[in-house]
Write a protein that binds this ligand. Structure first.
Ligand code: F6P
Length: 342
């Protein structure tokens, strides 16, 4: 049995831990051989492969990024993409493919598996934690830890100057990182894409914090949109999935706060630092377990399935269950956290 492995979409801490788990168990327990495909779906499209064996995965557990490389290539947007993939898998004598990715990468795996008979097993990843069917994705805990540390540090400088500090965190479509890091870091306002925000309300909260002799921290997810200001934020371009790119909400909000409250405001955009570096212990644990269970799916011939975390157990679900819709922040949960606003 030869198993192909690829990592697609935005990278995240823990990808290497999954690869290591897959290869270690696959080689040691089942005697499988592996082929690594480079740069997500580009690898099987172009037949670009790399050696994947025990020496190749040695020492990679604590390393961020992915030894296989990643891309957002979508074979369904390429002429003859599916045929090329099938041809290259056959050429490499690959019997099964483990696909580690988010919504878009796994969406391709689901279609290839269900419509074209390509035997795929999915492993969910994204720092955004917005994949349905799994309680958590690895990478999220690390990103929340990085954002929380940043918020902790911003409190002290905000207080020294009695300024507003706006922290923009990742999350194009969902506010999981904003919500978790904002709560953990003791932010005074948390703004998420799921709920349009009212700038006057934000300013009222900010003013009330200054009233208590405290410099407010505002955490805003990059995809959060003001009730009346969406046009200001759109730069008009579409990303590779056709989503409208919103840019600069943090910078925009700090200016609005300054104008409306007369208080000085600064913005910190955390950006890709949230995706970089070594994974947290939780993410290494989750990613490793996903890897170990993914290779068992291959052994069982259980294709079109994805491994997922439910409670403390790893289960198998159809890949389509994870990709059909995004897991968004429940309004009740947001409301619960709202007690700290202002
Ligand atoms: O999907 C994960 C994510 O980190 C988003 O939160 C973020 O908007 C996006 O990736 C950034 O992607 P890129 O690295 O392609 O700019």
């Amino acid at each position: 049995m030869r198993v192909g492995v690829l990592t697609g979409g935005g990278d995240c801490p823990g990808l290497n831990a999954v690869i290591r788990g897959i290869v270690r168990k696959g080689v040691q327990e089942y005697g499988y051989d592996f082929t690594g495909f480079r740069d997500g779906w580009r690898g099987p499209l172009d037949g670009d492969v790399t050696r994947l064996d025990i020496p190749a995965v040695r020492g990679i557990l604590p390393r961020g990024g992915t030894i296989l490389g990643s891309s957002r290539t979508n074979p369904f947007q390429r002429d003859g993409g599916v045929a090329r993939i099938k041809e290259n898998l056959a050429k490499q004598e690959v019997d099964a493919l483990i696909v580690i990715g988010g919504e878009d990468t796994l969406g391709v795996a689901a279609r290839l598996s269900d419509e074209y008979g390509v035997p795929c097993v999915g492993v969910p990843k994204t720092i955004d934690n917005d994949l349905s069917a799994t309680d958590y994705t690895f990478g999220f805990d690390t990103a929340v830890g990085i954002a929380t540390e940043a918020i902790d540090r911003l409190h002290t400088t905000a207080e020294s100057h009695m300024r507003v500090l706006v922290v923009e965190v990742m999350g194009r479509h969902t506010g999981w990182i904003a919500l978790h890091s904002g709560l953990a870091g003791g932010a005074n306002v948390i703004l998420i894409p799921e709920q349009r925000f009212d700038v006057d309300q934000v300013c009222a909260w900010v003013t009330s914090r200054f009233g208590a002799s405290y410099a407010p921290i505002v955490v805003v997810a990059e995809g959060a949109v003001p009730k009346d200001g969406a046009m200001v934020l759109k730069d008009g371009s579409l990303d590779s999935f056709g989503h409208v790119r919103l840019s600069g909400v943090g910078e925009w909000l700090a200016k609005e706060i300054e104008q409306r409250t007369g208080k000085e405001a600064r913005t910190t955009v955390l950006g890709h630092v949230q995706r970089g570096g070594t994974p947290s212990a939780f993410d290494r644990w989750l990613a490793t377990r996903f890897g170990l269970h993914a290779i068992d799916c291959v052994r069982d011939g259980d294709f079109g399935t994805m491994v997922a975390l439910r409670g403390t157990g790893i289960v198998r679900v159809p890949i389509t269950e994870a990709t059909a819709r995004l897991k968004t922040v429940d309004p009740a949960l947001y409301e619960e956290v709202g007690v700290f606003f202002g």
